[in-house]
Design a protein around this ligand. Structure first.
Ligand code: IMP
Ligand code: MG
Length: 197
């Protein structure tokens, strides 16, 4: 069985261009992008390059959960840039329950940015427990577990150049269950791009 691809490189390119232009338009004086590690790393790297004609600064924040499946989180690596008075955009891979985002927004808002917005590649808004708004979003996801382009299971699959739909029960049972299939697909796409070299 082959895994359905939710967002391929061309879909990603199109949504990056759209969001990049929206962010540039809303923040003509420049913006500080704060990527939530590690999931947002690939998305942020591409997004930063897709924001035309305004100054962009990049920083990161890392959090960890107090306990598996608990919504409670703490900051394990903090932002270095002083965001007081600045236009800030939190960059996330996916917003699900909104618990992570709600915690981060509260923490960062306390530092008095001029504006604080959220950008997420994927928004699974039907799962929201706390009403967090995602101003810039790639696509709305109804349900299903996804992997690739930053999204992982046990740190695998993050480096895939696309977002694929997975089955959480399958990867829980065997985390590397899609390795040959998805990394194989990745190699095919790369060689297609290089003209078959
Ligand atoms: P929440 O909004 O606090 O529930 O958590 C969102 C975080 O859970 C994301 O930043 C991801 O790291 C992780 N996550 C949620 N759904 C998925 C998925 O489908 N695949 C991989 N990671 C996910
Ligand atoms: Mg995340």
């Amino acid at each position: 069985m082959s895994r359905p691809i939710l967002l391929g490189p061309e879909d990603l390119e199109a949504l990056l261009r759209r969001i990049g232009e929206e962010i540039a338009r809303d923040h003509p004086q420049g913006v500080v992008l704060i990527g939530v590690l590690k999931g947002a790393l690939l998305f942020l790297a591409d997004l930063a390059r897709a924001i035309p004609d305004v100054p962009v600064e990049i920083d990161f924040i890392a959090i960890s959960r107090f306990a598996p499946n608990s919504g409670r989180v703490r900051i394990t690596q903090d932002v270095q840039i002083d965001i007081a008075g600045r236009d800030v955009v939190i960059v996330e891979d996916i917003v699900d329950t909104g618990l992570t985002l709600s915690y981060l927004s509260t923490q960062l808002a306390a530092r008095h940015p001029r504006r604080l917005d959220v950008c997420a590649l994927l928004d699974r808004e039907s799962r929201r427990i706390v009403p967090e708004q995602v101003r810039y979003r790639g696509v709305v996801l109804e349900d299903g577990f996804v992997l690739g382009y930053g999204l992982h299971y046990r740190d695998l699959y993050r480096n895939l150049p696309f977002v694929a739909v997975g089955d959480l029960d399958e990867v829980r049972e065997r985390p590397d269950v899609y390795v040959s299939e998805l990394y194989g697909a990745s190699a095919t796409w790369r060689s297609g791009r290089d003209g078959g070299r």
